[in-house]
Design a binder for this molecule. Structure first.
Ligand SMILES: NC(=O)c1ccc[n+]([C@@H]2O[C@H](COP(=O)([O-])OP(=O)(O)OC[C@H]3O[C@@H](n4cnc5c(N)ncnc54)[C@H](O)[C@@H]3O)[C@@H](O)[C@H]2O)c1
Ligand SMILES: [Zn+2]
Length: 728
């Protein structure tokens, strides 16, 4: 039952007033929101608001409904599991419904105690009913619990993926289905077969019909890799691993699913046909999980049988501490009554079992306001747009900044100042903006609507580095903008020094990350030449620096002064100039000054140097600051043997294409051609935009006309000779 899409609630006229809406009106509005969001979440796998926002509105609806029971309707999101079958996937009716789990809203330790109290009080009430003859007697364990016996539980992580029911008949996987609305899910067998962790065949002795229930998820590292790839291709990124996993599972084409790294954890069963009539396979939930494990299903290692609410609290804390380091997202833990007979006694309430509860952790995604967009310059010169945020508690910390990754992603997500956005912080990953919450979709806490600012100019990337003022460039085909002041930009200082000192560059032993941090942070070293001005006093004044090590470093610096041109070139950290390009450049030009002054065309003559590399070298030496650094380094005594340029470098016309036409006064066509080719030019028969010059003699025809049309410079014989006389 797919919900229609026109559920976008229209904000009431009284949009920004604080007058409390009459309950019925507010209930209708909250339901419309929840239906819309559930559709986006379950059907489109593209949530528009963070879960925390969905939960907030959900809880508000629950509160209103309990205040006004007359407003409760059977299709309220609080009364049924929401979900739907996607077009193209076949519906599957679940033999045993796939339900939801109640979330304990009290996230403090008291949450677990409340759960236990609820279990006891429910059973006590049932016992009274049994005493009045309103129901059969309770099972012995239930009676013990009513009398105060401790309750045994299984505590499990609550995986943030999507629920899956795997149906095995006679040990073979025959069907995999999503939860859907709990009654009817979607057939995704073709996709689930691509998940390696899911066994297709079970060992002998399994029940003839067995439905294994569990969670399909994507590990965080796999998710980050997937998004990085998407980002690099300029394609849509996924909001979170859950969303990426759900999207992958609900593909029509299993080929796409197979490319997405999905995993699985088992946490229960649906229909199970017993091997022999009347002999249940398991007495406890924990026993059930152990058996599933022995049959080849992954079961999370944290899963633990525990006794009493206190142990649940301890489990919640313990897993909470591991949460950031876990390889996958969890949004809480689940407590389940272990004894299966007791579970049955407790039964279900509308859409949730009474014997289980979810106890959550602080949300990893929250909604907040973008107050500004700043530019951060990274250690390698990359410019990253960063959203300045209204402080928000997410993933356990207060976040005020979140990365927007790059300009293209920012534009694709349409993030502007004044927007409400979803911020994600999971594990140790830096917080990021994963999407914009469209305006006017969410009732704020006071019932008013959150609206977008009427007009905000689009964000633009600066043309000069905000840290050092150097030019900012983006190479063709790249998504990143970069500061070109590598040797000069304070943001890149540490990286530049570390690269300079590296073994394969200047090989300055002892000048590692910690020392560079100290030297730069103390303001002792600003640019590379400062290294060679270091004295013993300055070094030993640093924390944890013994005189002996200081002397060693000074000696290493002194020793590094005698170097080679390739090493020095590589050490400068020019983008795209690695060791081998540095060698090629040195061999080709012989001298540093020749490289610093080479035109792009001349650089293109070097082995393996393409337009991007040539442009990068040119840009580097076009910065006066960089030339200054080089001069200062030479003044400090850095020296290397220089050699003669290679033959190719001596060709003044290398890289140029020349067309000869008509009869020249003294030179024959062949003589002119030989001279040009000796100087490195290519002689071509036809004129195009790429032609460098047309040399025209008497009775030049269509080629001359074409050159004039295209604006290609035309030379006579004298002009040609002058061109050949140029120095390389
Ligand atoms: N962002 C949105 O727009 C949006 C919209 C709808 C729903 N949601 C989110 O979806 C959730 C809705 O709750 P729900 O009813 O779908 O279920 P739920 O996610 O709260 O709990 C039930 C589910 O938990 C999963 N689960 C994970 N580990 C488990 C374990 N160890 N044992 C048993 N089950 C386990 C199962 O998939 C099961 O279906 C809320 O967190 C809500 O915020 C978000
Ligand atoms: Zn800069």
């Amino acid at each position: 039952m797919t919900q229609s899409l026109d559920l976008f609630p229209t904000p009431p006229e009284t949009a920004q007033t604080n007058a409390p809406a009459p309950a019925a009106e507010e209930v209708a509005r909250l339901r419309a929101c929840l239906h819309r969001w559930a559709h986006q979440y379950y059907v489109q796998d593209a949530p528009e608001v963070p879960d925390a926002e969905y939960d907030r509105v959900y809880q508000r609806l629950q509160a209103l409904e309990s205040e006004h029971p007359e407003l409760v309707t059977p299709n309220s999101p609080t009364q049924r599991v929401i979900g739907a079958v996607m077009d193209g996937l076949a519906p599957v009716r679940h033999a045993v419904p796939m339900l939801s789990i109640r979330t304990e809203t009290d996230v403090t330790a008291a949450g677990a105690e409340k759960f236990e109290q609820q279990l006891r009080s429910y059973l006590a009430t049932e016992q009274k009913r049994a005493e009045r003859g309103e129901r059969p007697a309770l099972c012995p364990l239930a009676l013990e619990v009513v009398a105060g016996a401790p309750i045994g539980y299984v505590a499990e992580p609550k995986f943030d993926g999507l629920a899956m029911s795997l149906r095995y008949e006679n040990g073979l996987l025959v069907q995999a289905a999503t939860r859907g609305d709990g009654e009817v899910g979607e057939d995704v067998t073709h996709n689930i077969r691509t998940i390696r962790q899911i066994p297709l065949v079970l060992p002998a002795g399994v029940p003839p019909v067995l439905e294994v229930r569990g969670e399909v998820y994507m590990a965080r590292a796999d998710f980050d890799r997937l998004n990085q790839e998407q980002r690099a291709r300029g394609q849509k990124t996924f909001v979170n691993p859950r969303n990426a996993a759900a999207g992958a599972v609900r593909q029509l084409d299993a080929g796409i699913t197979a490319q997405r790294p999905l995993r699985f954890f088992a946490y229960g069963v649906g229909e199970v046909a017993p091997l022999a009539q009347g002999t249940p396979h398991w007495q406890s939930h924990y026993g059930l999980l152990q058996t599933l494990k022995s049959w080849g299903f992954p079961v999370a290692e944290q899963v633990q049988p525990v006794v009493g609410a206190e142990a649940l609290v301890a489990f919640h804390q313990c897993v909470g501490q591991q949460r950031d380091q876990l390889p996958y997202d969890i949004d809480g833990v689940v407590y389940k009554v272990d004894d299966l007979v007791l579970q049955q006694e407790l039964g279900f309430k509308t859409r949730e079992p009474r014997w289980a509860v979810a106890h959550k952790y602080p949300a990893q995604e929250m909604m907040t306001l973008v107050e500004g967009i700043d530019i951060q310059v990274g250690r390698t010169g990359k410019l990253t747009p960063v959203a300045r945020l209204a402080p928000v508690f997410v993933g356990g910390v207060t976040v005020t900044n979140a990365t927007l990754h790059n300009l293209f992603e920012l534009r694709r997500k349409k993030v502007r100042v004044g927007d409400q956005v979803i911020v994600r912080r999971a594990g140790d990953v830096i917080p990021e903006v994963v999407g914009v919450v469209p305006p006017v979709v969410s009732p704020a806490g006071d019932g008013a609507w959150i609206a977008r600012q009427p007009y905000v100019a689009n964000f633009r990337m600066p043309t000069a580095c905000p840290v050092c003022g150097s030019a900012v460039v983006r190479e063709p085909g790249e998504t990143e903008y970069r500061c070109t002041g590598g040797l000069f930009c304070p943001a890149q200082r540490k990286e530049a020094i570390l690269h300079f000192a590296a073994r394969r560059a200047m090989d300055i032993e002892g000048l590692g990350g910690k020392l560079v941090d100290q030297l730069v942070d103390a303001g002792i070293v600003h640019t590379l030449p400062d290294l060679y001005r270091l004295g013993l006093t300055a070094l030993v004044a640093l924390e944890r620096m013994a005189e002996k090590s200081a002397q060693n470093i000074l000696a290493a610096l002194e020793q590094s002064k005698q170097t080679t041109l390739p090493r020095f070139l590589f050490a400068l950290g020019i983008r795209h100039v690695g060791e081998s390009t540095a060698k090629d450049l040195a061999r080709h030009f012989g001298r540093l000054d020749a490289i610093m002054d080479a035109t792009v065309e001349q650089l293109l003559q070097v082995n393996d140097v393409g337009p991007v590399v040539a442009q990068s070298i040119r840009l580097f030496f076009d910065q006066p600051h960089h030339r200054e650094v080089v001069e200062q380094l030479r003044a400090c005594g850095l020296a290397w043997p220089e050699g003669a340029p290679s033959e190719r470098a001596l060709q003044p016309l290398a890289g140029q294409t020349i067309v000869l036409t008509g009869t020249l006064p003294t030179l024959s066509r062949d003589a002119a051609k030989d001279m040009l080719e000796a100087a490195g030019a290519k002689v071509s028969g036809s004129v195009s935009k790429k032609t460098s010059y047309v040399v025209a003699g008497a009775e030049a025809g269509s080629k001359l006309t074409k050159a004039q049309e295209l604006g290609v410079p035309v030379l006579d014989e004298a002009g040609l000779l002058a061109l050949l006389a140029q120095q390389p």
